[in-house]
Write a protein of this length. Sequence first.
Length: 337
Amino acid sequence: MDEFSVCKNIVLDVIDAVWECINDENRSDIEHFIRCQDYHSEERFQVSTLLDRTPNTLPIINRHANKNISQIQVAPQRDPFACGYHTFHNALEALKATLARDESQADHFLHRVRDPIFYQLKRDRLYKHLLSRVIELDQSTYPWTFKDLNIGVMERSYMSWLLQHSPHLRHVGSDALVELPDFCQGSLTNLVMEVSEFHRMEDIFGRFQSKTHHSQAFLVGSTNHWFAFVVNKVGENLEGFYLDSRNKDLMGKSEEQLKEMVKLHYDNNAKIGWPVDHRPWREAMMLQSFLDTQFAIDFIFDCCHGSINFSSTVLKMHILGLVNDFRQHVFQVESQV
């Protein structure tokens, strides 16, 4: 990165920080003036090439063994309830990197996901946007109350509202980020999605087949956790970026290895005096979240790649689920006779 790029990125970060702390009004005009053009560029490139540099200043936790998917290290989550805020921030910055006009700008955005200070600035602004909505609605019912908001959990309705109204999305467009709060094997098998959601997902995945270049950020709900997954298509090449505030190395791990990770996590919590009440239930929830994360990453990437069809695959999962439930029920009845 040359001296001009370094100075420019410092100026951009100062502008971002100032406007995050004060107000988003007119920010886009100032930012646009300094950048000379928007994030979107006709000259697209594979962002994963930045991860192959020597030396590499973007730490990678792991890479998928069979697919072009990289897990980028992000700012660690300190608040146990804040995964949704981290996910929104990580998804947006990684998406900007895929839309950048050059490698220098992409590198700038990817470094933001590792910066805890920049995350906190973004989190504070997101909170203020949600607070303005709470004040506007003036409700006494969950989740749009001061008490609910101050718990710190990114509720589904909060995420949906931010994706429609957050000024942070003015450069990329709200349709470039999609929330998938129930995108796990169990929910898809049980067909919790409405028909309109099926059509929406088919349209999203279809864009990767019909366009030469395309980027999409997915904000995925995994049991009791949010994480970000960004997919970028450049010509015939597809790349994915997994960003998770847990920073756990999950890709390629067997279920037994994941169980060991869960056990170690709660053993360490016990050593430092964190509460371990209902530990079996907590361990089961974390394990299921890890498994659902693995499933979602592979499934989304394969749908974007076109190697599987979303609707037909989900319907097959549902039919197999019904058959398995029927078999279990029959065997249970026969054993009782």
